[in-house]
Design a protein around this ligand. Sequence first.
Ligand code: ADP
Ligand code: MG
Length: 245
Amino acid sequence: MSKVAIELKDVTKSFDGNQILKGISGEIDEGQVLAIIGPSGSGKSTLLRAVNQLAGPTSGSVVFEGQDLTKVGKQSLNHLGEKIGMVFQSFNLFPNHTVLENVTLGPRRVKKLSEEQANQEAMHYLKQVGMAEKANAYPESLSGGQKQRVAIARALAMKPKVLFFDEPTSALDPENVGEVLKVIQQLAEEKRTMVIVTHEMNFARQVADKVWLMADGQIVEENDSKTLFTAPKEAITKRFIEQVS
Ligand code: ADP
Ligand code: MG
């Protein structure tokens, strides 16, 4: 049995009285990859943001390392970024900083690393994602795939316990998708705890241990990835995976 990294209990989220997440319960296991799939607008991004407290839940709890994150103070939340790394569809690199600076800013500011130490660690992660030779380049000179690999190195440099990816390849040209998926695949092989929202069904099937199919603010189906993709139980899951793959 694997250990639970994050436990969600009846998480809801409303905007202006409009309930977007309708009671999400489930577990994210240590050392495993959870893929979240489902139609656009089903609440996948809202769920990630609720879990990492970028926009915390309206009700319910998110238990991480024995703490209910919905109940801890702002001070502890400021350090949450160190524990849950986030990679967005749109990279969100700082355009006026070099690749190396993009990776070292967080560790220097938050972890108070010296420049030398931060640079050394950053180069390690840039090597891991195959971007070391671009350390002194600016983001605008990079392809989307390269930018996303830098964004992954930046997240890794904070040494998070868990990594969240929100459609990490959706903004990429098709020829850049593979290089990013390969990096994520390698992280999965290192047994990192990851949650990946993706429309890449083949990838989800290969890399995920567990899959949640979300629709209309709920988890409609949960299963190990092999079962979910080969023998979906719900009609909506069948329709969705046929449509997207
Ligand atoms: P997905 O990531 O699955 O495509 P989202 O989580 O982005 O879905 O959105 C789910 C629903 O929540 C959508 O109807 C969206 O318009 C709504 N929503 C998301 N964020 C906000 C917000 N900040 N204010 C109001 N509505 C929001
Ligand atoms: Mg989304």
